[in-house]
Design a protein around this ligand. Structure first.
Ligand code: HEM
Length: 154
């Protein structure tokens, strides 16, 4: 899907809003993932030993930030060059980490939905179909690239 300049602007604007409260949106992202896919909990080293989602956990925030930020970058690259252009070594690393943990295609869908709902909540009235389309397209390309690396490695 070709993205418009406006969509790129919308994604950058919403990333600025997310950045202002990473601890909060990271937790919200994980709460949504756990609601839909509770079995994913034991995959995360920082969730395994606790009954609830830990507050202010740096690893939890790091995963959430990576998902937000790489998706945002993926949107920009899609707009500028029509494809995701994250360094091959980063992609290989992401592929091997997720393959080793056993992340499934379906879990990528769960995270997609959780990501979009978290952004929707964060930006409030600024949310629009155009913004959703852009974040969704960026995520789809990124997830497809990680999954392709996972299949290559398997
Ligand atoms: C780890 C990114 C989707 C589960 C990581 C890491 C990154 C990352 C950067 C850290 C790698 C390292 O240790 O060096 C992403 C991105 C995603 C994505 C950009 C989507 C586009 C998912 C999904 C799941 C998942 C769908 C499954 C629910 C995990 C787990 C770890 C991990 C369990 C290890 C965390 C730990 O225990 O420290 N991911 N991820 N990720 N990811 Fe993802």
């Amino acid at each position: 899907m070709a993205l418009t300049e406006k969509q790129e602007v919308l994604v950058k604007e919403s990333w600025e809003i997310l950045k202002q409260n990473i601890p909060e949106y990271s937790i919200r992202l994980f709460l949504r993932i756990m609601e839909v896919a509770p079995q994913a909990k034991n995959m995360f080293s920082f969730l395994r030993d606790s009954d609830e989602i830990p507050q202010n956990n740096p690893k939890l925030q790091a995963h959430a930030v990576k998902v937000f930020k790489l998706t945002c970058e993926s949107v920009i690259q899609l707009r500028e060059c029509g494809a995701v252009a994250i360094a091959g070594s980063t992609m290989k690393h992401l592929g091997s980490v997720h393959l080793k943990i056993g992340v499934t295609d379906r879990q990528f869908d769960v995270v997609r939905d959780a990501l979009l709902r978290t952004i929707e909540e964060a930006v409030g009235e600024k949310w629009s179909e155009e913004m959703e389309g852009a974040w969704g397209a960026g995520y789809d390309q990124l997830a497809a690239a990680i999954l392709a690396e996972m299949k290559d490695d398997a």
